[in-house]
Design a protein around this ligand. Structure first.
Ligand SMILES: CCCCCCCCCCCCCC(=O)SCCNC(=O)CCNC(=O)[C@H](O)C(C)(C)COP(=O)(O)OP(=O)(O)OC[C@H]1O[C@@H](n2cnc3c(N)ncnc32)[C@H](O)[C@@H]1OP(=O)(O)O
Length: 161
């Protein structure tokens, strides 16, 4: 299990201002979306893009639903994790309260996609987020919205008790 103390030690580093186009740090080493040490993970790499974030991502054979097509849950996982990188720009930890995905076309295994996400509105603790997934021709394959709610760091200690 990821050591919470070591995660907290990197917290200030993660929430510092990030330059445009530079890779953002993973949430932690074992994160299913972006953790480099998770053998089952997606190893998502994300950059700041203006006020939002962007990633190029290719699903592989670990993420198959129908043959040759990515599992919808895998797609939702990666979108959810992409939203998690917006928190570095917002400057506060938050968790997913609601996630919707509109699957407009199949997401193909072995095909690179561009994913973008941004904050559309903020009301108190609630962050309203939106994301898109497009193929190399700019065809819109999936869209998403989410509501994240900011939490204190103590929220993350539950899994370690
Ligand atoms: C330190 C270590 C850090 C580790 C790094 C991790 C970084 C992150 C990694 C990221 C990885 C990826 C991310 C992940 O995988 S995050 C993991 C998946 N998510 C969770 O586990 C969250 C589970 N839920 C909770 O813990 C609680 O529900 C929380 C704490 C979120 C809020 O419980 P709380 O009891 O406090 O509040 P509430 O539930 O009454 O609601 C709060 C507000 O929200 C409004 N609302 C609700 N739904 C909607 C809606 N559809 N449209 C509009 N509004 C909506 C609602 O009306 C209310 O508004 P208001 O009445 O206050 O105005």
């Amino acid at each position: 299990m990821t050591d919470l103390k070591s995660m907290l030690a990197t917290w200030a580093e993660k929430f510092r201002p990030h330059a445009e186009g530079v890779d953002l740090p993973p949430h932690h080493e074992q994160c299913l979306g972006c953790g480099p040490d998770n053998p089952h993970g997606h190893h998502l790499q994300v950059r700041r893009y203006g006020d939002g974030v962007v990633a190029e991502h290719t699903f592989d054979n670990r993420h198959v639903g129908a043959p040759g097509i990515a599992h919808g849950g895998a797609v939702a996982t990666v979108i959810d994790d992409l939203y998690g990188f917006l928190l570095y720009l917002v400057g506060a930890p938050a968790v997913t309260r609601q996630l919707t995905v509109d699957y407009r076309a199949p997401v193909m295994i072995g095909t690179p996609y561009r994913m973008e996400a941004g904050v559309t509105n903020q009301e108190g603790r609630k962050l309203f987020l939106a994301a898109s997934l497009t193929d190399r021709d700019g065809f819109l394959v999936a869209t998403s919205t989410a509501v994240f709610v900011t939490v204190g760091v103590d929220h993350f200690t539950r899994g370690t008790q």
